[in-house]
Design a protein around this ligand. Sequence first.
Ligand code: ADP
Ligand code: MG
Length: 257
Amino acid sequence: MAKIFCVANQKGGVGKTTTTVNLAAGLAKVGQRVLVVDLDPQGNATMGSGVDKRALQLSVYDVLLESASIAEAKQRNDKVGYDVLGANRELAGAEVELVELERREARLKAALTAAHADYDFVLIDCPPSLSMLTLNGLCSAHGVIVPMQCEYFALEGLSDLVNTIKQVHANLNPDLQIIGLLRVMFDPRITLQQQVSEQLKGHFGDKVFDTVIPRNVRLAEAPSYGLPGVVFDPASKGAQAFVEFAREMVQRIKSMR
Ligand code: ADP
Ligand code: MG
């Protein structure tokens, strides 16, 4: 049975997609069977996994509208070692179309139920909003991974997300919990980042992952080669941190069972 995680934070540019594709590649590297679901119409996780979003015959859009299964729509670039349920601009329309449909927030969950046996991990890359697409992600998941930068307003920005997760937990998905907060783009030379990091640990305790992802230019360069940093430059500091994070996730889910 797959463990399903949303990578979510309603802010844009905080490292959701980078976390999704590099954690996926790290998990694949340590022998896990992984599916990445791209729920962002920008399709960055799709492109960053070596799959051309413009060439998709079937995508997560078709899965949400129940005209294809995940097994039919999934793609794989063999260099990256995991499957991708891709997204492109078409997905922006699903937001509106879903509103008309029944079980509109549970479409992805239903599709994933049929794919449970094929994977150890499913990672869902959410768009930067608390929309119907994100809601589909949250309703499908066992847990949420929240990437965040250790900046001044970081804690404040979390409260909306925490409230949404509480509501989904209470009304739609009793399994849902915050698995952890992942400190990303971290620069230990910046005193403020160290302070916010300490605050986070004080506030959220062991919900803060031990692994810290450093700011590393190789992680930022990798998407332009259509690869996760973990595959593009495995020796880089950023790649090594994500493989470490993958090991930490494997340990965490052992204690969840
Ligand atoms: P989101 O999906 O939340 O919008 P992205 O993962 O696309 O965020 O990251 C935003 C930008 O920051 C991208 O240009 C990405 O390459 C860069 N980035 C993300 N993580 C790192 C990191 N650890 N070091 C350097 N650059 C990073
Ligand atoms: Mg993104």
